[in-house]
Design a protein around this ligand. Structure first.
Ligand code: HEM
Length: 437
């Protein structure tokens, strides 16, 4: 890999110090990105933390050229290395090339077709139980409630945990680890120490060892389960899967994939749901339309709401690729060693694609399918989110259940919540407050 290119070879960008840019990215990412675009156009370079300079790309043609580039040239695994201490080196998010394709082939079936459809009932059941437990008439932060809900859904559909005891054990260790790694302090630690040395920090090592113990125990128990062949949870399907060359996933690979699915699918979906509610409660007519549809057993409007919430409040603002050979992206020439950063946040707000782009208008997506390079909350190309259909189905089921069983209003009389960073996601600043009746 060539060293990061000189800034003169990259698109122009703010001249402020790396420290100031990092601070802006960490604390006010959306205004920071919008300001840069206003000043420098659809391609600009920013400098964040210890990362090589990022060439941020905000035009659909640039995004298309990055997503359709040879995956050996535009590598995502390398760019995600910061997640290694938690996910494990064999995680699908961290590998590139042939190894990545092998893992994706193994992981895709549980997230499509029949297997995916079989999770719908569990999603609905878990959502109904969670919403029934919400306090009524007092402010409630939806983000943590949605996080509990999405964790429960993953424990049942991905890990396939059924009995109360194993559910409780997994829930405890995973929650502890997830809560800890989402704190700014942990994020800073990883940034300062680098991914390789993080496991030497006693607190994090202990948390991760507890996770490993429980996850390996769950894998071992499932391998020996007499009903393994009849089960449809992701772990059971992966245990039955064979790679093309005939080799099974090792226990270490299984552990890394399970933890990856948990980390990638838990907070993201919870935050997306929390944003959807944050927008909806401030729009009584649209909330009413959703309630009407939920009562009639339809879901087209709920789907449009999910798509629009993910457009206007994408929970992940950018995706990142390390460039291993010169790459032309929509007319921008990126040298070898550059980091290409298709910007979800900015493309989703383009007025030439979305009239009145800052308004929440689910109707945009009622008759029009989202475009591959103009709507990409789940990234794109061979790295597109493996759980996108799972997440959209879960969001739809949860929103319909909320609409059926609770009446919501905003907790405060304002235009909405600001954006705050929680590790890699952008979440509602007050946790998505609502009052349920
Ligand atoms: C609203 C919820 C979600 C959002 C916004 C989201 C977003 C993303 C994004 C932006 C990427 C990177 C794509 C790229 O680099 O082009 C990604 C990758 C991934 N996501 Fe999701 N995700 C969500 C839910 C889920 C769920 C529910 C799961 C699984 C249970 C999941 C599993 C994964 C995996 C395994 C990858 C890595 C794919 C690869 O590298 O080949 N995600 N996701």
């Amino acid at each position: 890999m060539a060293p990061p290119p000189d800034l003169v070879d990259l698109p122009p960008g703010p001249r402020s110090s790396r420290a100031l840019q990092t601070l802006a990215w960490a604390t006010r990412p959306v205004p920071f990105l919008l300001r840069c675009q206003e000043q420098f156009g659809d391609a600009f370079t920013i400098r964040i933390g210890t990362e090589p300079p990022w060439a941020v790309l905000a035009h659909p043609d640039m995004v298309r050229d990055v997503f359709t580039a040879d995956p050996e040239v535009a590598r995502a695994g390398e760019a995600n290395a910061i997640l290694e201490p938690v996910l494990g080196a064999r995680s699908v998010l961290l590998v590139d090339g042939r190894e990545h394709l092998r893992q994706r082939r193994l992981l895709l079936p549980p997230f499509h077709g029949e297997a995916l459809a079989s999770y719908r009932a569990t999603m609905r059941e878990v959502a109904a139980a969670e919403i029934a437990s919400w306090p009524r008439g007092a402010p409630l932060r939806t983000q943590p409630r949605m996080a509990a809900l999405t964790l429960e859904i993953i424990l049942r559909t991905v890990f396939g945990a059924r009995d109360a005891q194993s559910l409780a054990r997994l829930r405890t260790v995973l929650r502890r680890m997830l809560e800890d790694v989402a704190t700014p302090a942990s994020f800073l630690l990883v940034a300062l120490l680098g991914p390789k040395r993080v496991r030497s920090v006693p607190r994090l090592r202990k948390l991760l060892e507890a996770v490993d113990r429980e996850v390996f125990a769950a894998i071992e128990a499932r391998r020996a389960a007499p009903d393994l062949d009849e089960r449809d949870d992701v772990l059971s399907l992966l245990l039955r899967a064979r790679a093309e060359d005939g080799d099974d996933l090792t226990d270490q690979e299984l552990r890394d994939e399970l933890v990856t699915l948990l980390v990638a699918g838990h907070e993201t979906t919870a935050t997306a749901l929390s944003w959807a509610l944050e927008r909806l409660v401030r729009d009584p007519a649209r909330l009413e339309r959703l309630r009407g549809e939920a009562a009639d057993g339809h879901s087209a409007y709920a789907q449009a709401v999910c798509r629009e919430a993910l457009r206007l409040r994408p929970v992940i603002p950018v995706v990142v690729r390390r460039v291993h050979a010169p790459l032309s992206a929509g007319g921008v020439e990126l040298p070898e060693g550059a980091t290409a950063v298709p910007c979800i946040q900015l493309v989703h707000r383009r007025p030439d694609v979305y009239p009145d782009p800052h308004r929440f208008v689910p109707e945009r997506f009622l008759d029009t399918a989202p475009g591959t390079y103009t709507w990409f909350p789940f990234g794109g190309g061979v790295r597109r989110c493996l759980g996108a259909s799972f997440a959209l189905m879960e969001m739809e089921e949860v929103l319909l259940e909320v609409a059926r069983s609770a009446e919501l209003r905003p907790a405060r009389d304002d235009d909405g919540e600001g954006v705050t960073r929680r590790a890699i996601t952008l979440a509602p600043a007050r946790g998505g407050e609502v009052v349920a009746a």
